[in-house]
Design a protein around this ligand. Structure first.
Ligand code: F6P
Length: 365
C-alpha cells in the first residue's frame, strides 16, 4: 500500500446531476478506503453543504448498490457559490464571500483534501478554493460533454443514448403519420448531444449552436425528401441552435445559478417555420431532463468508476489542483486552470461533421 499524502478527504457533487455521479462516489469511497486507508466525508447538496456544514461519513456500506443508480446520493445544486453567496440585508439581497465557512467546516471534519465532482461552474469554484489554499481534486461531469481538458465527461454517453432511443421512437410515429418530427435536446452551448444522437438515430437534419442555420436550407431538405417519396423527416435541434444572424432561445434566467441562462424553445421555433413553409404536419418533442435521469450506460459506469479511482490516486499521491481526465484510452490528469473557462464545442470542420454531411444529413448551412 502507498503511504497516502492525506488520511481524510471530503467529496461533493456540484451543478446539474448527470448519470454516473453515484458510480464516481462509490469508486472514490471504495478505492480511498481499501487501497489507501483514507476515510471519506460526503458533503450534501453541492457547495451548499460545504457552506452550511451538512455532511456525513461515507463508508463502504453507504455505497453498496449505487453503481447503477442515476442521480447522486449526496444531492446537488447549481447554486450556492461560496464566493458569491446571497444574503438578505434589510430588504436588499447582496452577494458576499462566505468561503471562510468552507475552510471552517473542512477543519471541523478534520478533512485534508476535497474531491469536487462537477462541470465548468463547480470546477471554477474548485480552482478558486485551490488558489486560496484548499487541497482540491476535480472530476469532470456533465451530460453536455463541453469540458475542454478531457476527451469525454461521464454522463454524456447516457444522455446521448436516451436521445438516440427517443429518435428511434420518433421514427416509427413519424413514418405512420407522414410528419416532420423535431427533437430538442440539451447541451447548452455545445452541439455534442445533438450531433452524436442525430447521427446514431438517423436524423435528416441536425442543428447545433456551432453552425448557425438557414431555415430555407432546412425547408429545402424536407421538400427534397418529399420529392424522393420519403414521407417523413426527423430534425434534431440542440437547445443552443440559432439561426444565421440570430440569437439562442432563452427560456428563463435562474437567479444565483453558476450560469443563470436556461436555454429552450428552439424546437418550437423551427417546427413552426418548417410547418408553415412545407405544409407538412410538424410536431415537437422536448427531451429535457430525461437526458439527465436514469441508470448510467455501461460506458458511463466504467468511465465514472475509473475517474473515482483516479481521483483517489491523485489525493493519495498529494497531486492537488488537478482534474482527472480521459486522454485517448487512458485516465490522466490536468491542472485545474487548464480544465475551466474554455468550453469544448463541436469543431465545425471536424470528422463527425464531415461524416454527417457525407451521409446527406442537413446541418442547416
Ligand atoms: O449542463 C447540463 C444541463 O442539463 C444543460 O444541458 C441544460 O441546459 C441545463 O443543464 C439545464 O439546467 P436546469 O437543470 O437548471 O434546468
Amino acid at each position: 500500500m502507498v503511504k497516502p499524502a492525506v488520511r481524510r478527504i471530503g467529496v461533493l457533487t456540484g451543478g446539474g446531476d448527470a448519470p454516473g455521479l453515484n458510480a464516481v462516489i462509490r469508486s472514490l469511497v471504495k478505492t480511498a478506503i481499501r487501497e489507501y486507508d483514507i476515510s471519506v466525508v460526503g458533503f450534501e447538496n453541492g457547495f451548499g453543504g460545504l457552506i452550511k456544514n451538512q455532511a456525513r461519513e461515507l463508508t463502504e456500506s453507504d455505497v453498496v448498490g449505487i453503481l447503477p443508480r442515476g442521480g447522486t446520493i449526496l444531492g446537488t445544486t447549481n447554486r450556492d457559490n461560496p464566493f458569491h453567496y446571497p444574503v438578505i440585508k434589510g430588504d436588499q439581497k447582496t452577494f458576499v464571500d462566505v468561503s471562510d465557512r468552507v475552510f471552517e467546516n473542512i477543519s471541523i471534519h478534520e478533512i485534508e483534501a476535497l474531491v469536487i465532482i462537477g462541470g465548468d461552474g463547480s470546477l471554477s469554484i474548485a480552482k478558486e478554493l485551490y488558489d486560496r489554499g484548499l487541497k482540491v481534486v476535480g472530476v469532470p461531469k456533465t451530460i453536455d460533454n463541453d469540458l475542454s481538458a478531457t476527451d469525454q465527461t461521464f454522463g454524456f454517453d447516457t444522455a446521448l443514448t436516451t436521445a438516440t432511443e427517443a429518435l428511434d421512437k420518433l421514427h416509427t410515429t413519424a413514418e405512420s403519420h407522414h410528419r416532420v418530427m423535431v427533437l430538442e435536446v440539451m447541451g447548452r452551448y455545445a452541439g455534442w448531444i445533438a450531433l452524436y444522437s442525430g447521427i446514431s438515430g438517423g436524423a435528416d437534419v441536425i442543428l447545433i449552436p456551432e453552425i448557425p442555420y438557414n431555415i430555407d436550407v432546412v425547408v429545402e431538405k424536407i421538400n427534397a425528401r418529399s420529392k424522393e417519396r420519403k414521407k417523413f423527416s426527423i430534425i434534431v435541434a440542440a437547445e443552443g441552435a440559432k439561426p444565421l444572424g440570430g440569437e439562442m432561445v432563452v427560456k428563463q434566467h435562474v437567479e444565483n445559478s453558476f450560469d443563470p441562462v436556461r436555454l429552450g424553445g428552439i424546437g418550437d421555433v423551427v417546427a413552426k417555420e418548417v410547418e408553415a413553409a412545407t405544409g407538412k404536419e410538424t410536431r415537437v418533442t422536448v427531451l429535457g431532463h430525461l437526458q439527465r435521469g436514469g441508470s448510467p450506460t455501461a460506458f458511463d459506469r466504467l468511465l465514472a468508476t475509473r475517474y473515482g479511482a483516479g481521483a483517489a490516486k491523485l489525493v493519495a499521491e498529494g497531486k492537488f489542483g488537478r482534474m482527472v481526465c480521459l486522454k485517448g484510452q487512458n485516465i490522466d490528469s490536468v491542472p485545474l486552470e487548464q480544465a475551466v473557462g474554455k468550453l469544448n464545442t463541436v469543431p465545425v470542420d471536424g470528422e463527425l461533421v464531415r461524416v454527417a454531411r457525407q451521409l446527406g444529413i442537413c446541418l442547416g448551412d
